[in-house]
Structure formats: C-alpha cells, structure tokens
Design a binder for this molecule. Structure first.
Ligand code: PMT
Length: 400
C-alpha cells in the first residue's frame, strides 16, 4: 500500500487539536487523500476552514448531514487507515465500548481499516484506572497507540499525557499500513553531511541535515528491513528503532561504510560527502595574526565511497546513490544525473535539485530516480518520507 490512500483523521476536543493540523499536513504531504472527521469539541479549539485548507477536503462533523449518501458509514467504509489525533480520554472511553453517538464513533465502527490513536490529556486522566483499562482494551483489539509523550501540558502542569509530536504520529501511522516487502533484508543508510577538520575548532562542511537519509531509514524499518544508519553530524535526532553509528569526516564515513556494507543487501548513500579535505589538519587553532590577509588552503581528494561500493558489490546487492545538483534546466539536470550514475556505477541514482532553499534541510524533496542505463525509473515529489517510500518501491522490485 504505498500508493495514494484514503486516510480519515479524527480530531477530538482537546487543546492539542491545533497540532492535528500538522498531522494532517504530514499525511497530505506524504501523498495521501485525507478526510477529517472533527468532533464538535475539536471545532472549539481549531477552525473548520483551517482543517479544510490543510486537508484539501470538506471536514465532516455532523452525524445528520449527508444522510442520503449514508455518510455515517461511507467515510469509514472507504478508509484505508483511521488516525485519531488528539484522542481525548472521553473518545478513548467511547471507542473502548464501541459507542456511536457521533460521526467519528460511527466512522470507526463502520470501518475495517487499522486504527491509530494519539492520546492527549492530563497525567491524572491518562493514569486513571478507567483510561488504563480502556487503552488495554483498544490495544487488545489491534489499535496502535502512539504516545503520549512526557512534557509540558496545558497550564503549568507537566508529565505523561502530552500529544506525541505530529511527525512521529505521521510516521507511526504510515508504518502501520506499510507493505512488509523489505522483511528479511538488511539495509545500510548513510545520512547527514561530512565535516572536514581544518584545525581543532573549524571544519569544511555542507548543509545536509540528515532528514532525507533518516526518512529512508525509517521507511525501510516500517517495511520490515533491519536497518543500520550511519549518521554524519545529524541535525535531527537519530531514531531509536535501528542501529545507529555516528561519524564526522569522510574518512570516518568511508571506514564505517566499508565495515558494514559486506553484510547488507542494500546500501543507500544519502549522506552529503565532501569530495575534498584539507591536506593538513592544524594541531592548534589557525591564527589570523600568523596567516595574514589571505589564507590559502590546500585540499586533497577524498575516496569516492559510492564508486568503491559499486565496484565491490556482491551479486544481488543493490547500491543506491544520490546526485545533488544545482542545475536549473530540467534537461541539463537529467544529463548530469545520467553522467553521474555512469561514473559511479550504482544500481539506482536519486537525482535531486539542491540550492539555498531546496533539498538541504527542507522537509520535502523532488527527485528523479534513474537506473544504470540512465532510464527514468520514477519521479516523486512530496515529503522526504514519501520520496523515500517511492524509491524503496524501486529497491524492493530489484530485490524481488
Ligand atoms: O540531509 P538533508 O538536509 O535531508 O538533504 C538531503 C540531501 C540533499 C543531502 C540528499 O538528498 C542528497 O542529495 N544526498 C547526496 C549529496 C551528495 O553528496 O551528492 P553528490 O552529487 O555530491 O554525490 C553523489 C553521490 O556520491 C552521493 O550518493 C554521495 O553520498 C556519494 N559520494 C560523494 C562523494 C564522495 N567522496 N563519496 C561518495 O560516496
């Protein structure tokens, strides 16, 4: 199920309802068709126009609207996934006993799709035996419970009960319905940007945040793979659901990749790797008093990790490289991608345009995936997670 899905997002009446906007946005950016069912209580916290603008669909609330089209069951019947965020203690209690006194309750009962809930409430309510029992009942019925997180609650309170971060809710929800087509496979992903030290305090680096590589790693885990992530100076937290190794320079990355690659079926080289490093690393801080008005750095070439991987690949191993290019013209960009895959010798190349506002650090990406002949395998735009998933479709096809 990695095409466009019908996802129902239930929004219920708690202050965290405003964060549902980012959950909806994440699911839309992942390429899915999102229908919001908001309770009356939710609409006291967040406006219907906001939910409609972000979901790009009409928001449903009233059980007695759309009766002729049997809406109270139609929305649930058409759903591939139901995500309720935030889920209040009241909604959780109603779901546990199967109440259908509002449109959301009807939608859930009429659906056979997986249900994911993200609870949000005060700690006392979350830890109350009634809520604990209701959550146990829902879990035993196969409902996935995401969070709650521990942290600042409404007012001055803090503790368990805070809505999990929207990105995490989106990731966990999509993981529930991800195909398990990478089960039994080991995948190595590199992410982030290397830093080449000049002296003990300075380096030459790049603006890679690690988001795209981590999106690949998380998507691969969701699809059943055993993932090792090698992170170079990640700006975002490395996920806990995989083995993570941290490196900094290109030489460290090369050594870590060389160590891990022989044991994996797939390598995804999403890290932004420096082509050159300073020929000499100064033992102490370079002083401008000594360097004068101009300072010339001598750089030496780094090993091409990807090209080496491709050369040493064993039969059946799939090597995925990236190409980060600033070229604006579409044909010229494609030509650069074709030249790069021919030079690197990898099986697939994910070509993305980068610049001051594109690619690096952004939450979304736009890519063209090429095969060894330079033919276009697919094009994808959207969240880095959806780009990762579309590319993994091509990887899974090669493994099969
Ligand atoms: O991390 P984010 O902020 O989310 O940004 C994502 C990204 C833009 C960094 C990512 O999508 C991306 O394009 N990564 C590759 C960046 C890069 O180094 O591109 P390149 O065209 O310079 O290199 C081509 C390929 O060779 C890459 O797979 C790179 O990992 C690899 N390489 C490069 C140089 C080198 N010495 N060894 C290598 O293995």
């Amino acid at each position: 199920m990695s095409g466009q899905l019908n996802i129902v997002v239930g929004v219920t009446g708690g202050i965290a309802a405003y964060k549902a906007v980012n959950v909806i946005r994440g699911l839309v950016l992942a390429g899915h068709n999102v229908h919001v069912v908001a309770t009356e209580g939710a609409l006291r916290f967040v406006g219907k126009p906001t939910l409609e603008a972000i979901s790009r669909n009409i928001v449903h609330t009233d059980l007695y609207e759309g009766v002729a089209e049997v809406r109270h069951v139609a929305i649930g019947q058409a759903a591939d996934l139901i995500v309720i965020a935030p889920a209040t203690a009241n909604t959780i209690a109603k779901l546990a006993v199967g109440l259908a006194d509002d449109l959301l309750g009807n939608t859930v009962l009429a659906s056979r799709a997986p249900v994911v809930i993200a609870p949000a409430m005060h700690t006392e309510m979350w830890q109350h035996p009634a809520t604990v029992h209701n959550i146990t009942v829902l879990r035993s019925r196969g409902v996935t419970v995401v969070g709650p997180a521990v942290g600042q609650l409404t007012g001055t309170d803090s503790g368990p009960g805070r809505l999990e971060e929207p990105d995490e809710i989106v990731r966990a929800a999509l993981a529930v319905i991800a195909p398990k087509d990478l089960a039994g496979h080991r995948i190595l992903v590199t992410a982030g940007g290397t830093r080449e030290p000049l002296d003990p305090v300075r380096f030459l680096g790049n603006r890679s945040s690690g988001k795209q590589g981590i999106a690949f790693a998380l998507a691969a885990v969701a699809r059943g793979a055993e993932v090792t992530l090698i992170g170079a100076n990640l700006e975002v937290a490395a996920p806990g659901s995989m083995r993570v190794r941290h490196v900094s320079s290109t030489l460290e990355l090369a050594a870590a990749v060389e160590d891990a690659a022989p044991d994996v079926d797939v390598v995804i080289m999403a890290a932004a790797v420096a082509d050159y490093r300073p020929a000499v690393i100064a033992e102490s801080k370079i002083k401008k008093e000594l360097a004068g008005d101009r300072l010339t750095l001598e750089l030496v070439k780094n090993p091409d990790i990807l090209a080496r991987l491709a050369e040493a690949r064993r039969p059946g191993q799939v090597i995925v490289g990236f190409a980060a290019e600033t070229e604006q013209d579409a044909d010229a960009l494609l030509a650069l991608g074709r030249t790069k895959i021919a030079r690197k010798g990898c099986d697939l190349l994910v070509l993305n345009r980068v610049g001051w506002t594109e690619g690096f650090g952004a939450d979304s990406n736009s890519v063209i995936v090429l095969d060894r002949l330079g033919d276009i395998v697919m094009e994808a735009s959207g969240s880095k997670q959806s780009v990762a998933n579309r590319t993994l479709d091509a990887v899974a096809a090669r493994l099969a």
